[in-house]
Design a protein around this ligand. Sequence first.
Ligand code: SAM
Length: 269
Amino acid sequence: MTGVRPKKSLGQNFLADENIASRIIRSASLTKDDTVVEIGPGRGALTRELAEKAGRVIAIELDERLAGHLKEIIGNPPNLQVVAGDALKFPYESLPGKVKVVANLPYYISTPIITRLLKAHDKISSMILMLQKEVAERLTASPGGRDYGYMSVMVQFHAEAEMLFTVPKQAFTPVPKVDSAVVRLGLRDAPKGISDPVFFERVVSAAFSKRRKMLKNSLKNSNVIPPDRFDFLIERLLASGIDPSRRAETLSLPEFVLMTGILFENRGL
Ligand code: SAM
């Protein structure tokens, strides 16, 4: 099976370093009470040890060549369920209880997969994800820096995001162009003060739509402020301690929450 040609189009850079695999799995602090969802098990670099440590493993693999052989490659663990399919389409919401996600993600769709998993945040207690290093830096970035943007705010809205360690590209076969990093996302209840998470997402998206511009210019003509209430709402933001002349990248998560509340309550609808 290891003779199957890796498909670049599916992000198939397989982890070839067992020490790193073990370190990733240790980061998940698994017990036999845990159900793990692994996205993209590939040739099973993580899966065998996941099945040893967790009570149950659900491994979702898009490449049928790999999904069809995974069980036999890693010695048929009885607690492993292989799902041949697209992790973007998996019905996470119908999982019976909370799961831990552990994955060396296919990098070409890491952002859509994280966005999809965050939608199912009620069903997930934590995620240990190996990502392209630049993406990992964005997810864990603090306000003020160039890495801090839409994904930092959306991820940190749902989770404590922590950079765990970096992984050199030589740890994979075939060797990719970029280094990787492992992050831990500890899911928590959404911060209080948000009655409409979809509106929050629209505000964050509008705020970062023109990154180099002042907030008031990014929000102008966006779908989060009715044009006839623009001046009023900009005044309200200023009065609440959020200077609309600042750039989105300087706003902390609590400030995004506060701003969303002000815009939501004063939409005049
Ligand atoms: N876990 C393995 C490892 O660490 O060696 C493989 C990781 S490799 C970076 C990503 C894996 O995700 C590949 O096996 C690839 O076929 C699979 N994959 C790609 N797109 C997928 C999708 N939409 N849904 C599920 N699996 C996918």
